[in-house]
Design a protein around this ligand. Structure first.
Ligand SMILES: O=P(O)(O)OC[C@H]1O[C@@H](O)[C@H](O)[C@@H](O)[C@@H]1O
Length: 316
């Protein structure tokens, strides 16, 4: 597949400390001179850590499998090409829940750095972009059989001094059109779910998977979580969904090229039922605000490319 960025050493610029990228044993770690960092497993191209302002922003279960045996319970698993259990009568019908992207091993395609307008006082680069690829040829024989399309995914993770950007590009390299869904299933780390509110989803319609799997409209501009929640919001007008803690801004999640979001927290019983969810009261410290295209299907004709992702800002 095409390599958007050839792996190369980061060239020094300015005199201050430089960003660093380190790749070994199936993971890639990048850091900025500010101390902000991101860590990505090649397994699933799963972002398992993003630190900004000295604080970890992602929740990863203490029992998460990081050895490639099971999708990671936490961080940012990538859902593709189907969301949830696929409908049996669809081309994705033989795939497992959430598809194969989160449990396939991706290729590290390389890094690039750039200096944005607000350059660091040190004079160093202030963003690092890491690219990962997964194409049909890298799938297991079972997955190839279950979804026999010729595709190429490029997932770009950019660590900036003011946030984290993740972008998934899906290209149809074959001759047949295909349909897919995608979602960045982000587990955000929060201090206390009882003090969290999610804003920016007011007046949006959602399917409530806990209640009755039918469509509702959110009346309140602010959503608080007091029990299990699994809602699929679609066609969201506002680009940004923000998470506040104790009434103060904590994380801003901005959708880029996509307009759906899932809000999920398993709460007490579902957390107990998941072998890889630890500690069991960890549901108090996480909330999934997931961005994607999951309402119906995205159709890609031969040669077409789709792009969708998010920009997340963490408040100090
Ligand atoms: O346990 P999994 O496969 O990682 O899925 C976790 C959750 O992922 C969410 O995106 C779904 O809306 C939930 O229904 C699902 O339970």
């Amino acid at each position: 597949m095409d390599r958007p960025n050839k792996p190369s050493a980061i060239s020094p610029s300015g005199t201050g400390p430089q960003p660093s990228v380190h790749s070994e044993r199936g993971r890639v770690v990048a850091s900025l001179p500010t101390g902000d960092s991101v860590e990505i497993l090649l397994y699933g191209a799963t972002v398992i850590s993003w630190k900004a302002n000295g604080r970890e922003n992602l929740w990863v279960s203490e029992a998460a499998k990081l050895d490639g045996n099971k999708p990671v319970r936490g961080g940012v698993p990538i859902v593709f090409p189907c969301f949830g259990p696929p409908p049996k009568d669809h081309a994705t019908g033989s795939l497992s829940q959430h598809g194969f992207a989160r449990n396939s091993t991706w290729e590290y395609l390389g890094k690039s750095t750039s200096e944005s307008e607000g350059k660091l006082a040190s004079g160093g680069d202030d963003s690092i972009k890491l690219d990962f690829g997964l194409s049909s040829s890298q799938l297991t024989e079972d997955n190839k059989k279950a979804w026999g399309y010729d595709f190429a995914l490029v997932y770009s993770v950019t660590l900036k001094r003011d946030g984290l950007q993740t972008m998934l590009s899906v290209r149809n390299q074959g001759e047949k059109a295909f349909e897919f869904q995608m979602l960045l299933h982000t587990y955000f780390r929060i201090d206390d779910i009882s003090k969290v509110a999610i804003n920016g989803l007011g007046s949006t319609t959602y399917v409530d998977k806990v209640l009755d799997a039918t469509t509702h409209t959110q009346s309140s501009p602010s959503l608080t979580i007091t029990g299990e929640i699994d809602r699929v919001y679609s066609g969201i007008k506002q680009d940004t969904t923000s998470i506040t803690q104790d009434g103060k801004p904590r994380l801003d999640v901005t959708r880029d090229g996509i307009s759906d979001s899932v809000v999920w927290n398993p709460w007490i019983q579902k957390a107990k039922g998941m072998g890889d969810f630890e500690p069991k009261d960890g549901y108090k410290n996480m909330v999934c605000v997931e961005v994607g295209a999951v309402d119906g299907w995205q159709k890609l004709e031969a040669g077409e490319t789709f792009e969708g992702g998010m920009i997340v800002k963490s408040h100090a």
